[in-house]
Design a protein around this ligand. Structure first.
Ligand code: NAD
Ligand code: WQD
Length: 338
């Protein structure tokens, strides 16, 4: 099977390419490196012992995409490529709409021309906002998006559903990721945020490495056991494995549904303080932190009901939070030469 991966040099894409090779699939990776570095591809190839085909291209460029589809055999697509900063999306909404929604439309259009009808799409738990009931199931209502980024995921889900309606041969699995953390267990690939990170995982590792002076924990007055927010933190390699499971399901043609949605998390919520403690326990390195005020827009708590993915994709997260913290630390040490 030849799998086209868009955004395959990024955090989740690179880990997914490792899993795809482990499952015996071949990879064509298209990434314009707008939020990643080419050396990650080399490190992925070193882990897998394979040479992925890499094309540095912007997938909003329809002509270029057509050329790629006409010169490669493609059985299915995993579409990661997107901008992902919630804050930046508020400042640059048009860029986010063009890159996240525009690219998805362009990709579907080209897939249709070349009769490539299997797609795995990266969505996000952000579509649920603050759910009314926890753990959140796939049938929970979609809440008004708080940011343009969140809205792009909702729109793309709808675009894919409408495209499916009009194209009976098309099949898609939409994965709603919870909070990916960690790095490959070898410590040779991981998250590479540009500038000061927004997300908790790299903020912790960079603070532990002394690059950042202090981790601000945003609020300890939430209605949670220790007052800090709760998320469902999933090891990125587990998340990557869910894409292989999704592809296998699409390829087996076992589902009657043209488009199906799956929560991809651990099924367990952890507080922000628990994540810090897990890091300290796994690495024996202290994290300098202080409690500050709430961050605007943060939801209080969310974690996934993952029954559907377990049952229908035959997939389940295996790594612990401590594993994730240890692997993220191995990666941080590697890139900082610590
Ligand atoms: P990332 O930024 O690390 O990876 C995205 C990759 O896509 C980057 O390598 C970037 O260079 C590339 N890219 C972006 N626009 C492109 C374009 N027009 N053409 C070609 N390449 C392009 O992000 P990630 O964390 O790996 O996220 C992957 C996907 O998962 C995204 O769609 C993101 O919205 C979604 N997601 C991420 C998270 C998270 O917390 N990381 C959570 C939920 C959903
Ligand atoms: C997690 C928790 C913070 C940093 C975002 C997007 C979401 C999805 C995943 C893409 C929160 C706390 C964080 C820090 C802290 N991405 N925190 N100090 O906000 O759950 O989700 O990434 O789809 O759409 O919104 O992730 O890692 O930013 O925060 O206390 O320096 O850690 O308040 O409770 P979040 P996060």
């Amino acid at each position: 099977m030849n799998i086209l991966v868009t955004g395959g040099t990024g955090f989740i894409g690179s880990h997914t390419i490792v899993e795809l090779y482990e499952a015996g699939m071949d990879v064509l990776n298209i990434d314009n490196l707008c939020n990643s570095e080419a050396f990650i591809n080399e490190n992925v190839d070193a882990i897998t012992g394979n040479k992925q085909i890499f094309i540095c291209e912007d997938i909003t460029n329809e002509e270029a995409l057509r050329k790629i589809f006409s010169s490669h055999s493609i059985d299915a697509v995993i579409h990661f490529a997107a901008f992902k900063s919630v804050n930046e999306s508020v400042e640059k909404p048009l860029e986010y709409y063009r890159n996240n929604i525009g690219a998805t439309i362009t990709l579907l259009n080209v897939m249709k021309s070349f009769n490539v009808y299997l797609l795995v799409f990266s969505s996000s738990c952000t579509v649920y906002g603050q759910p009314d009931h926890l753990p959140v199931t796939e049938d929970s209502p979609i809440k008004d998006a708080a940011t343009p980024y969140g809205y792009t995921k909702q729109v793309c889900e709808q675009v894919i559903a409408d495209f499916a309606e009009a194209n009976p041969n098309f099949r898609s699995i939409i994965l709603r990721y919870f909070n990916p953390v960690g790095a490959h267990k070898s410590g040779t690939i991981g998250e590479l945020p540009r500038g000061v990170p927004n997300n908790l995982g790299p903020y912790i590792t960079q603070t532990a490495a002394g690059i950042l002076p202090l981790l601000n924990i945003f609020g300890n007055d939430y209605e949670t056991p220790d007052g800090t927010c709760i998320r469902d933190f999933i090891h990125v390699s587990d998340l990557a494995g869910a894409h292989v499971a999704a592809l296998k399901k699409l390829i087996s043609k076992k589902s009657d549904l043209q488009v199906s949605f799956y929560n991809i998390g651990t099924g367990k919520g952890n507080t922000v303080l628990e994540v810090v403690k897990a890091f300290e326990k796994a690495t024996s390195v202290k994290v300098n932190y202080k409690i500050t005020g709430r961050r605007e827009g943060d939801i209080e708590k969310i974690w996934a009901n993952v029954d559907r993915a377990e049952k229908e994709l035959n997939w389940k997260a295996k790594y612990s939070l401590e594993d994730a913290m240890l692997h993220a630390w191995l990666w941080e040490k590697k890139i900082r030469n610590i």
